[in-house]
Design a protein around this ligand. Sequence first.
Ligand SMILES: *Cc1c(COP(=O)(O)O)cnc(C)c1O
Length: 215
Amino acid sequence: MSLEEIRSRIAGACAAAGRDEAAVTLIAVSKMQPEDRVRAVLDAGHRIFGENRVQEAATRWTPLREDYAGVELHIIGPLQTNKARQAMELAQAIHSLDRPKLATALARLAQEIGACPDLFIQVNTGEEPQKAGILPAESDAFVAEARALDLPVRGLMCIPPVDEEPALHFALLAKIAERNGLAGLSMGMSGDFETAIRLGATHVRVGSAIFGERD
Ligand SMILES: *Cc1c(COP(=O)(O)O)cnc(C)c1O
């Protein structure tokens, strides 16, 4: 478990970029990790976790939340509309708002429930056909559409293509966020979170570098 090492690397990246460390939230991505590793990170005092799948998150975190107070969950994987209600009841943030149909479903549920998690719009910065997300050229219109639905859009999220320089994608995401007046930037994973911090990340999603490789 190297939570402390990741924290100190985040602090170093913030210092190098002249940024306040408090402006960067570390999301410990616990998907597919054995429970003892997750408990070790909880025991070390960390409370902000990311999960890909709603059902897996519910199964794991409903009991863990009885043992540990103050857990904040972020859904970071693709969200089916038929899981949207469960996601909203479970999580404090959803990073994968990636299509109009999901925006409409979340808006309807937010009305009904009277609350909504913080939302990040996923942008497919690499324009990869197999990857979820709004295309860069369509993102301004989609931000406006989500805002018109009264959704609490806090920022943008991206997952750069594996074989490309992530900095280019982080810079593009930051540019789209800035011109839309969005403060949140969910970007950076185990291999590139320091680069993401240099380019303005407010939320880094780090899994294997904290917990070890997934099974
Ligand atoms: C799995 C995952 C992460 C964490 O990846 P690591 O390389 O293990 O840090 C971050 N973001 C998303 C969307 C993921 O699916």
